[in-house]
Design a protein around this ligand. Structure first.
Ligand code: NDP
Length: 438
């Protein structure tokens, strides 16, 4: 029977390891060895990682690959991608190469506005609340000056504060709906600090507001927090070319391919079961760059999927059209990113990846990531409407199966050659490995 532990966080790292290995693993000695084998050999670097989170016992590795040859707004990029799923980096690289000699990817920043809200309960006369809000709005701004001064100098800060009546949805519920520009920071800490100050000012000023009586003075702040729904922090990336240049393989004519791509996107627009997987494929590309650049993938995922459902039904984040004889494929996606703050200047690998990306601003990183998502989607959908994805996917997955069964380098070379002309299935690889070992 397992027992809860008190004071786990106070234990030393080796005590934590001892406890988890002894109480939750079958072979504590072996478990400790695995955990320690993932420590960095440089103790200072390990300490840095230990201090990113709480109760750290080891590091969790993820492969990092490079997708080269991305021509974005006439500038060439090699994109670092951290992801565990095989075939994602290959697909991105393939799409980059395909579009590289067709003018590459073009992007536009459609907005960079971030959002935060103070959620509060007000029991009283709504028109008095509106008058109160108008009277304290300048004070809300001056009370946060100590927080916003340096952001304002960079060209950012608080854009606006609006009082929203949400009482139709929930009794006595109002919000301060606030918008921000946070320049090269994702802005979570900046926004949350401003919001908590707004909340304090709101409560304090209500207590002394001459027009309020009784309960009206007791504004109940429920919470103050940024929103990861950022529909106005938006980037568009697109590729386009004359249809006759869409010669992906000899098996399909360019026009037929273009029309199938359009159909596939139309299906993802109207069918949520398909849309979720379609967008998951987009996020394969985006999340890999989000992770490689130390950004917050939970925030990006939440915001992207919410945007996909902005019209009330979950739909595709990419779009496609044929106009005249031009095929255009594009994405519009909200991405609240930072190239400063969070881990970006702390994690050595993140710093290196940002350098590989030519030290982008947050806006440039939005553009790069939108392109990674679009490229990924183009590669996935073009496979789906032609050969299907399993052929390419299983080929890439071959190495995982071989490693799972401890294939030697010699066995790998031989079987990679064999599966160039044979279909990869899990059973098929096992059979071939067994035959080889006979
Ligand atoms: P930080 O607070 O680490 O850094 C941002 C600060 O850096 C800015 O406020 C600014 O402070 C300073 N800065 C320096 N140079 C610039 C520049 N060029 N542009 C903008 N700011 C600059 O990070 P964030 O506020 O961006 O927060 C990101 C972190 O918050 C992530 O790790 C995320 O996981 C986490 N988080 C996310 C939440 C969510 O998504 N719901 C909730 C809570 C946390 P100054 O003006 O004072 O110099």
């Amino acid at each position: 029977m397992k027992k809860p532990i008190a004071g786990f966080s106070k234990l030393s790292k080796s005590e934590k390891i001892e406890w988890i290995a002894t109480n939750y693993t079958q072979n504590p000695k072996q478990s400790k060895k695995i955990l320690e084998s993932y420590w960095n050999t440089d103790p200072r670097l390990q300490q840095l990682h230990d201090e990113f989170i709480e109760n750290t016992i080891s590091n969790f590795y993820m492969p990092m690959g490079i997708a080269p040859n991305f021509l974005i707004n006439d500038r060439l990029y090699a994109i670092p991608m951290a992801i565990e799923e095989s075939s994602v980096v290959a697909a991105a690289s393939k799409a980059a190469k395909f579009w590289g000699d067709k003018g590459g990817f073009k992007t536009t920043i459609l907005g960079t506005e971030k959002v935060g809200q103070v959620h509060f309960i007000f029991k009283g006369d709504k028109s008095k609340l509106e008058e109160f809000f108008r009277s304290i709005k300048p004070k809300l701004l001056t009370d946060t000056e100590h927080l916003t001064n340096s952001m304002v100098k960079r060209g950012g800060g608080i854009k606006d504060i609006v009082l929203r009546d949400k009482t139709m949805e929930l009794e006595s519920y109002f919000q301060l709906h606030c918008t921000f520009e946070t320049q090269d920071a994702m802005g979570a800490n900046f926004i949350n600090s401003c919001l908590e100050q707004f909340a304090a000012t709101l409560k304090k000023e209500a207590l002394n507001h001459s027009n309020f009586t009784g309960e009206e003075r007791q504004i109940e702040v429920v919470m103050s927090i940024l929103s990861n729904y950022v529909p106005n922090c938006l980037v568009r990336a697109e590729v386009s070319c004359p249809i006759d240049q869409l010669q992906l393989s000899n098996d399909i004519l360019p026009r037929e391919f273009a029309e199938k791509m359009i159909r596939a996107v139309q299906i993802a627009k109207v069918e949520p079961y398909r849309a979720v997987t379609h967008n998951k494929g987009i996020m394969n590309g985006i999340d890999a760059v989000v992770l490689a650049t130390g950004n917050d993938f939970r925030a990006i995922e939440a915001g992207a999927h919410a945007y996909a459902a902005k019209n009330g039904n979950y739909s595709s984040l990419t779009h496609a059209k044929i106009e005249g004889d031009i095929f255009t494929f594009w994405i519009e996606i909200p991405l609240a990113l930072g190239t400063v703050g969070g881990l970006t200047k702390l994690h050595p690998m993140v710093k290196l990846n940002l350098e590989i990306l030519q030290n982008p601003s947050a806006k440039e990183l939005m553009e790069i990531m939108a392109v990674a998502g679009l490229a990924q989607n183009f590669a996935a959908v073009s496979s789906l409407v032609t050969t299907g994805i399993q052929k390419g996917h299983m080929k890439m997955h071959l190495m995982n199966i071989l490693n799972q069964h401890a294939a030697t380098d010699e066995e790998k070379t031989s079987l990679i050659e064999h599966f160039k002309t044979h279909m990869v299935t899990h059973r098929g690889v096992l059979n071939a490995l067994e035959n080889l070992r006979k």
